[in-house]
Design a protein around this ligand. Sequence first.
Ligand code: BTN
Length: 326
Amino acid sequence: MRKEILELLMQTDGYISGEKLSRHLGVTRAAIWKNINQLKEQGYEIESITRKGYRLISSPDIFTEQELQYGLHTKALGKKIFCRDVVDSTNQLGKQEALKGAPHGTILLAEQQLKGKGRRGRSWVSPSKTGIWMSCILRPKLLPQQAPMLTLVTGLSVCKALRQTTGLEAYIKWPNDIVLNGKKICGILTEMNAEMEQVHYVVLGMGLNVNQETFPDEIRSLATSLKIEGGETYNRKKIIQKILTALEADYESFMETKDLSLLLSEYKRYCITLGKKVKVIQGEEVIYGKAVDLTARGELVIQKDDGSYIAVFAGEVSVRGLYGYI
Ligand code: BTN
């Protein structure tokens, strides 16, 4: 019943009387009062005024499907949301659920990851209740070689969502990091299951540092959080909703052409890599040059120090002046 009460409180602009609540739900006003107190214990701030009723003032920053869906106006993303306290990895869970048939747009969220995965076999530090450790299952009609572009799409969506919700100047470090004041704030890990001609599903994993106040020694010089940079505690739910809204729109634009042509000018505007000296490690090869452009297929065009041009799609790219440039 708590769920229904919360729903009615959320839907009501202003006060809803105890009588109306009890009529609606077919229970006594005493039962309503008891449930309201339980909600308060969970962290919901609810005002109660005699003869007026109850009014929801604020919700705690916890993840529940209901909380996250309230105020979220997407078509597919977030129609199903798995919220967990602790998991090994939301990407791992995403792959399991995708294999069981979870629909396009399913979201997996956890307060904490014990084995958060980063790219290239690295781990992703995912402490409890501070960040957004989220994965999204997509089922796009794409060829396997087109799917990595979704990482760039996601980077753009996250970057825009962060700018909109915090006003902070987030940038994309091509292809899949989001940076703030020269340090990494978000990483994206895309995994897929496909056969030669067709993608079965893609799991987009996003790790966003939100309210951490400090980082382990090994990554302190590389990583940062919204709280460290913005000086305030951010509501993770609002950020998630903005990310999902932006991602759905950008995903639709991407699927229209199955490349980045409709998103390219926006991506370039936020891409901190362009115009910078870069070092790209591709297997055994190390390439030095300047990042000069980005193609609609998501490749970074580099003018090498010898004057020639190459386009790289994958590879470890470090940007001079940013963390990780060796
Ligand atoms: C990177 O920059 O190396 C990518 C980091 C991706 C981390 C996220 S957190 C949510 C999802 N689950 C995981 O295990 N990894 C991704």
